[in-house]
Ligand binder design. Structure first.
Ligand SMILES: [Zn+2]
Length: 367
């Protein structure tokens, strides 16, 4: 907004409008705290991107049950395309060594060793909890009566898995998925005692239903992702067997070609672990953006009430600056520059939530 050449009353009204307007963006709340008449951007237009790097949609690949072919078949594809995934493992059934893992039948639960899981974590994959033994949390008797796991056993299913992953991998599991996706208020509370995130929404099944079919195609998978890109939504692939076992595909290429497709859509699609996307979304929804602007510059802070020990991933802050050619962002009081990208007339700044202001300046564009 350029106000300097306008009638003083118009300028004053515009200034007032800027001051009172609060962004009605879906998730980000931008509060205009100050605007200079000479500023080239209105603080109301500064926003937190819906997803990292201002992508349209986000997808997480989650693999359940620790099946060996996930490591043998899916991981080489993930490496090939540079994608990170989430492995919901069953710690009570996970062997220590690759030799022990090799003794399991193809498609058996816990077919990836702790040694290998640690290597996967070092590559950036997420090792997450699928409960200690994968026992049913809710079962049905032959006469159709529902039986809930008793509370102490339910707590143990989550606590033992949590402790084991924390000790063996060195990173506490951030997310949890339950056997058969069992969920109710009691289970939800038990999950959240240990994990910030419970996978109970947003899932799409990678494979046929019923799971005995092997007709699921890459084209079907791509179409599901396209729908989420069109809708600007987050989705979570729930994947079991790739080649052997429950809900297996007709061949490894079904997943391989889909991952190739995901890679080709990375301009609009953010592919990352379920923990990484969840952290972004939770920070985004909790953070309050307070922005001001002056000339070719803007200052903002991201105040977030979440625990900064768990939630310190950078959010992408978007500043519309048509014509900007060079930009710089620094946390006030720090000389270290923050990551900045200029794309499609917008400056994208990566900044973790903090009440310390970030100062952005740029050259080029209208001034
Ligand atoms: Zn499972």
């Amino acid at each position: 907004m350029k106000c300097s050449s306008r009638h003083p009353l118009v300028a004053a009204l515009l200034l007032l409008a800027s001051l009172v307007a609060i962004s009605h963006g879906l998730h980000a709340e931008a509060t205009a705290s100050a605007v200079s008449p000479s500023s080239t951007v209105s603080p109301n237009e500064i926003r937190i991107a819906k997803f990292h790097d201002d992508r349209t949609s986000a997808v997480s690949l989650t693999f359940d049950d620790g099946l060996r072919n996930q490591n043998d078949v899916a991981v080489p594809f993930l490496d090939q395309y540079g994608l990170r995934a989430t492995f919901f493992i069953i710690p009570g059934r996970t062997p220590e060594t690759d030799e022990e893992a090799a003794k399991k039948k193809p498609g058996d639960w816990g077919g990836i060793s702790w040694k290998r899981l640690k290597e996967l974590a070092a590559k950036g994959h997420e090792i997450a909890s699928h409960t200690w033994m994968h026992d049913a949390l809710i079962s049905t008797t032959p006469d159709g009566r529902r039986v809930d796991m008793e509370p102490a056993k339910l707590d143990e299913a989550f606590s033992r898995a949590y402790q084991a992953i924390k000790e063996k991998i060195g990173v506490a599991p951030f997310t949890c998925a339950t056997p058969g996706n069992a969920s109710d208020d009691t289970i939800r509370a038990a999950v959240h005692k240990y994990h910030p995130v419970f996978r109970e929404h947003l899932m799409e099944r990678f494979g046929d239903w019923p799971p005995s079919g092997k007709n699921f195609t890459t084209e079907q998978a791509n179409a599901i992702v396209d729908r989420h890109i069109d809708g600007g939504t987050q989705m979570v692939w729930m994947i079991h067997a790739v080649t052997d076992g429950y809900n297996a595909q007709s061949g490894p290429e079904v997943l391989g070609n889909h991952l190739k497709y995901l890679k080709s859509r990375e301009d609009v699609l953010w592919v990352d672990t379920y923990a990484a996307v969840s952290r972004y979304v939770m920070e985004r929804d909790a953070a309050k953006l307070i922005a001001s602007s002056s000339g070719n510059g803007a200052t903002f802070s991201l105040q977030c009430p979440l625990d900064s020990k768990l939630f310190n991933d950078p959010l992408t802050v978007v500043i519309p600056a048509p014509g900007a050619v060079k930009a710089e962002a620094k946390r006030s009081g720090s000389a270290a520059p923050l990551p900045v990208t200029i794309r499609d007339g917008k400056i994208l700044v990566e900044a973790a939530p903090s009440s310390d202001p970030v100062v952005v300046s740029w050259s080029g564009g209208k001034s």
